[in-house]
Design a protein around this ligand. Structure first.
Ligand SMILES: *[C@@H]1O[C@H](CO)[C@@H](O)[C@H](O)[C@H]1NC(C)=O
Ligand SMILES: *[C@@H]1O[C@H](CO)[C@@H](O)[C@H](O)[C@H]1NC(C)=O
Ligand SMILES: *[C@@H]1O[C@H](CO)[C@@H](O)[C@H](O)[C@H]1NC(C)=O
Length: 476
């Protein structure tokens, strides 16, 4: 039954696609063509009228007048045509005659309001300014489309905003703050709930390890590593580093590096043919002739080898004193760090010792490890710690009761407890035209990828649910 239906649907889509060709494909500029919109440095009057150029890309291949505009942003990374051409929104645009636009977030990639990334310059990185940038572009796209697009686009087109992870926050906030401009938002794995001490991040990693049966052995290895890191014995530290094949960093930087190397796998998608936490972490702990510690060493060494990282690159990744005074543009990690220091915390630390929780990273990765860098990097005007309660009152509560938002999150998503569907239940009341879906067995932002034959059935269902909601919004 399901198969017959999808064959029929496919045939119908192909027929629509054939007669939808309104113009020669050669008249449509490539989606790699860069466009720029002029934006104020401060939308709220604090920059004496100074302006900057924000970059965006357009894919008009599927657009027909009357179709919606799908606006997305990668959030904390530079834009590229993969965000217009290679996401689930691409599929949606194909089905709805939609126009695809991806817009770079201020201070990422080539979209820089200020000439550097000093604390003084980053004061213009406020959520209000970020949203106002996107709103200005959407407003112009609706009111004066010829000033924004390289092809004729109908005025007052309906706009769906989409994004994954932090960009999912942006999508949901755009619907909450600019409901006249944005008809609906697809917020995949949106990390909307801020936490100063985000030890839930590691607990989510632990749930994935548990599901695969290696959580206890992993935690045992972390305890053994900690007994060396905490010993203050230089010789044992050096031999531990040699055993793992990592550079001679400080104990806390070694701890940070080791957890970074293994948790990274939990961001990869789980499919019917692959689970990277299984094949790259737990596999090593299943070796019957290997102790937990040996298994951890094998997992870290394999991770370094697989990523092809040199000792120099490991120093770059692990040395938290590097680049404190490097204000050069283009450092995505620095801008993200600023957002942690001044917006939402979310410091990924080991759980407090008294909490009775398993630990999957060193207890040396604590608040001091991160927070001391906030003022060193961005100046003493940054209050430490950041007021996360105020952030949640303002930016999490803003999402309560907002209609036409589709939230997704994987059950094995390492960010799950920061989404609206934490492991202990939904924390946003339902609103008209909105839905919250937990994608069973999936990790981060999996619903936003293009369809693939190896997708989990739960991921396919989450996309269909979202597609149906988008149709509902568009038919209102
Ligand atoms: C838009 O995306 C589709 C799907 O990836 C691609 O085939 C097409 O070439 C893109 N259009 C343009 C104008 O680049
Ligand atoms: C880490 O960076 C600091 C500051 O640049 C430097 O003094 C230290 O030697 C570096 N540590 C390693 C192991 O490279
Ligand atoms: C299992 O562990 C032993 C001892 O650490 C090691 O010699 C062997 O290569 C491991 N086997 C696999 C398949 O990794």
């Amino acid at each position: 039954m399901m198969q017959i239906l999808s064959v029929l649907l496919f045939a119908a889509t192909a027929a629509v696609a054939r007669c939808a060709t309104v113009r020669d494909a050669s008249e449509i500029p490539a989606s790699t063509t860069q466009y720029w919109i002029t934006q104020p440095v401060d939308h709220f009057g604090g920059s004496s009228g100074k302006t900057w150029q924000q970059q965006y890309l357009v894919n008009a291949t599927y657009y027909r007048p009357g179709g919606p505009i799908f606006v997305s942003t990668p959030g904390e990374s530079p834009i590229s045509a993969k965000y217009t051409d290679g996401s689930h929104f691409t599929t949606l645009a194909q089905r709805t005659n939609g126009l695809l636009v991806t817009v770079e977030h201020r201070f990422f990639g080539a979209s820089n309001p200020m000439p550097d990334l000093s604390g003084a310059s980053l004061q213009f990185l406020t959520i209000e300014n970020v949203l106002a940038d996107f709103a200005a572009l959407v407003k112009a796209a609706k009111q004066a489309p010829a000033t924004i697009f390289p092809i004729p686009v109908a005025a007052n087109s309906r706009v769906i905003f989409g994004g994954g992870s932090y960009a999912g926050n942006v999508a949901a906030w755009m619907r909450a703050k600019y409901p006249q401009l944005v008809l609906g938002a697809w917020a995949s794995s949106a990390i909307v709930y801020g936490r100063l001490q985000n030890y839930q991040f590691d607990q989510s990693f632990g749930r994935h390890l548990e599901a695969l049966g290696c959580a206890q052995a992993f935690a045992q290895a972390v305890r053994e590593v900690d007994s060396v890191l905490l010993s203050k014995n230089a010789a044992s530290l050096a031999s531990l580093q040699a055993r793992f094949g990592i550079p001679a960093l400080s104990p806390s930087d070694s701890a940070g590096l080791l957890s970074g190397l293994t948790t990274a796998y939990s961001m990869a998608p789980v499919s019917t043919t692959a689970d990277y936490v299984d094949s790259n972490v737990c596999l090593h702990f299943r070796n019957a002739s290997s102790t937990p510690m040996d298994s951890y060493v094998a997992a870290v060494r394999a991770a370094v080898q697989q990523a092809g990282m040199t000792q120099q690159q490991l120093v770059q990744m692990g040395n938290s004193s590097l680049g404190i005074n490097n204000y050069a543009l283009g450092q995505v990690g620095r801008v993200w760090y600023y957002m942690g220091c001044s917006w939402f915390g979310n410091w990924q630390i080991a759980p407090p010792l008294g909490a009775g929780l398993s630990r999957y990273r060193s207890q040396l990765v604590d608040m001091a490890y991160f927070q001391t860098n906030c003022q060193k990097k961005f100046g003493s005007q940054i209050p430490v710690p950041v007021d996360v309660a105020a952030y949640n009152r303002k930016w999490f509560n803003a999402l309560s009761g907002v209609s036409n938002v589709y939230y997704t999150g994987g059950s094995l998503d390492i960010w799950r407890d920061s989404t609206v569907s934490p492991s202990y239940g939904d924390i946003l009341p339902p609103a008209h035209g909105s839905a919250i879906v937990v994608i069973d067995g999936a990790t981060h932002v999996q619903d936003l990828s293009l369809n693939s034959p190896s997708d989990l059935a739960s991921v396919q269902r989450a996309r269909s649910t979202g597609d149906a909601l988008v149709s509902q919004w568009l038919s209102m």
